[in-house]
Design a protein around this ligand. Structure first.
Ligand code: ZN
Length: 159
């Protein structure tokens, strides 16, 4: 279902040779800068938004896991939804939010590494530390694995 997002994530991982987990914050910031986006940290902001080519965000939040997730989510918007969408409908908006979350989940917990994690017997609560992500993203990632397994069972194809 989200195979095109997975493909994009994999190509970024290959391009930037990401093999350290949790994915370091500066690497995500670097990829965002490579895409010609810059940051504007504002004390009064409590969430990240993208306007034109600027990511307006709170000062680096004390919660590193949350900051990592939000950065990866915004990178998802940059890669998947390259235009500003102030006039998008609610349905489109919700879909794009979901896609950016799926991007973040694949990006911070990539397939190959997840396979190793699952084979090594790490439990879900270990993932939080292993990948430095908030619980919300673990839930999304788990659902992607379940969806992928269901597709395999239904179609017999390797996803
Ligand atoms: Zn978003």
């Amino acid at each position: 279902m989200y195979r095109s997002i997975l493909r994009k994530v994999n190509s970024i991982h290959a391009q930037f040779q990401i093999d350290v987990f949790p994915v370091p914050i500066h690497i995500i910031e670097n990829i965002i800068s490579t895409n010609k986006f810059c940051f504007s940290h504002r004390i009064k902001m409590n969430q990240m938004i993208v306007i034109d080519n600027t990511i307006i965000s709170p000062p680096k939040i004390d919660d590193t896991a949350d900051y990592r997730y939000k950065l990866a989510h915004e990178l998802g918007h940059i890669i998947l939804h390259p235009n500003n969408h102030f006039f998008e409908t609610k349905v489109v908006h919700n879909r794009r939010e979901k896609e950016a979350d799926v991007f973040a989940a694949y990006f911070l917990m990539p397939d190959k590494h997840m396979l190793f994690t699952l084979n090594a017997g790490y439990q879900e609560y270990d993932w939080i530390e292993l990948y430095g992500v908030p619980e919300k993203l673990i839930t999304i990632r788990k659902q992607l694995i379940i969806d992928s397994l269901n597709t395999k069972l239904r179609t017999g194809e390797v996803v």
